[in-house]
Ligand binder design. Structure first.
Ligand code: ZN
Length: 91
């Protein structure tokens, strides 16, 4: 209860909590794509994931982004997010 760490977020992959800054924020675009939002500048619901392949793979397997974002997010969109995170150097 007496933790002094700032706001915590839960990773959609491993379900572990971490300080906001240790997780990458991801938002859903209107066309059902997952968009990394590293600066947390996009309003609306966000999902958070660790920059680790295991976490993204788990999120793909469990369709966690769709659930967290309450949006229609296909598996393909999550795979594309993984590729995008790789090219950003976030994985
Ligand atoms: Zn994780």
């Amino acid at each position: 209860m007496a933790e002094r760490a700032g706001p915590e977020r839960t990773c959609v992959g491993c379900r572990r909590k971490g300080p906001k800054g240790s997780l990458l924020r991801v938002v859903a675009s209107p066309d059902g794509e997952l968009v990394p939002d590293p600066r947390a500048s996009t309003p609306g619901r966000g999902a958070y994931v660790h920059g680790r392949s295991e976490c993204v793979e788990l999120a793909i397997e469990k369709a966690s982004f769709a659930r967290q974002l309450r949006a229609s997010i296909g598996r393909d969109a999550t795979v594309r997010l993984r590729d995008r995170m790789r090219s950003m150097g976030a994985l």
